[in-house]
Design a protein around this ligand. Structure first.
Ligand code: ATP
Ligand code: MG
Length: 288
């Protein structure tokens, strides 16, 4: 993706080490709400750049004891530069709030798109999966594991490019790893069982996501939490007859959803898989 000189200049203006304050921005419409605050469309006055300003309340962060998680999220995300990773330009705070200055993803949540369409075409699914694989290769090369790849954490940019957002569960692979709580649907067996895991957890989640893109529901969904748990542990993978999905796609999913984490299809091999080569748009952008 070509970045104009002008955009690069804007980028520099925003990325330069600077003490931001709220008065540097014009605040626009609300874009959404999260657990800990609200996200607004905003314009940085000097550069005229449109951004998303995420406003988090310190009191709520403290109450839920997630300050260290936020700090880690900011530290990790601000050092990443990739066309499929939502850019964090910077942050600032005042007495009661923390503000994150984020790249604006004009087309919103992938989750909503998937709800609207029920499921994606193979071209669309493959284009997204390839973009995510490239972003994850970049992340893993920097020793970062995302650990929370799911439709709610993917935002679509103005050109239709997919962006990984929300690094709240990501870790640098140095040091001790932690387990997590929340939805089980995207977790691989070794994380459900709380044993040590590594970057291949993201390959598993990508397999779950690929399935969900094509079928509209995650593969191990069940009414009860405990049944999802059991299905993940057993890798109880079934492909329903409808919607019709090519055998190449099913084969690829089967190669990612492997219990033994060391035998999951490496991401660079995924990019060479016939299903990806035949279906993914080489530009990395799904144009509808
Ligand atoms: P939760 O933990 O509940 O997911 P959160 O604190 O992580 O919440 P976000 O998911 O980051 O909050 O943001 C809430 C909503 O705001 C998103 O679901 C999305 O609709 C919108 N939003 C967030 N960031 C952006 C962005 N950069 N561009 C456009 N919309 C955004
Ligand atoms: Mg979120």
């Amino acid at each position: 993706m070509g970045i104009s000189a002008e955009a690069q200049e804007e980028e520099k203006v925003l990325t330069v080490e600077k003490r931001w304050t709220l008065s540097d921005f014009d605040i626009g419409k609300p874009l959404g709400r999260g657990k800990f605050g609200h996200v607004y469309l905003a314009r940085e006055k000097k550069s005229n750049r449109i951004v998303a300003l995420k406003v988090l309340f310190k009191s709520q962060l403290k109450q839920s004891q997630v300050e260290h998680q936020l700090r880690r999220e900011v530290e990790i995300q601000s050092h990443l530069r990739h066309p499929n990773i939502l850019h964090l330009y910077g942050y600032f705070y005042d007495q009661s709030r923390v503000y994150l200055i984020l790249e604006y993803a004009a087309k919103g949540e992938l989750y909503k798109e998937l709800q609207k369409c029920k499921y994606f075409s193979e071209r669309r699914a493959a284009t997204y999966v390839a973009s995510l694989a490239r972003a994850l290769i970049y992340l893993h090369g920097k020793h970062v594991i995302h650990r929370d790849i799911k439709p709610e954490n993917l935002l679509i940019g103005v050109q239709g490019e997919l962006n990984i957002a929300d690094f709240g569960w990501s870790v640098h692979t140095f040091g001790r790893r932690q387990t997590m709580c929340g939805t089980l649907d995207y977790l691989p067996p070794e994380m459900v069982e709380s044993v040590e895991h590594d970057a291949s957890v993201d390959i598993w989640s990508l397999g779950v996501l690929c399935y969900e893109f094509l079928y509209g529901v995650p593969p191990f969904e069940a009414k009860e939490h405990s049944d999802t748990y059991r299905r993940i542990i057993k890798v109880d993978l079934k492909f329903p007859p409808k919607p019709v999905v090519s055998s190449a796609a099913k084969e690829l999913i089967g190669q990612m959803l492997v219990k033994d984490s060391s035998r999951r299809l490496p991401l660079h091999k995924l990019l060479e898989h016939p299903w990806i080569l035949q279906n993914a748009d080489p530009s990395g952008i799904y144009r509808g």
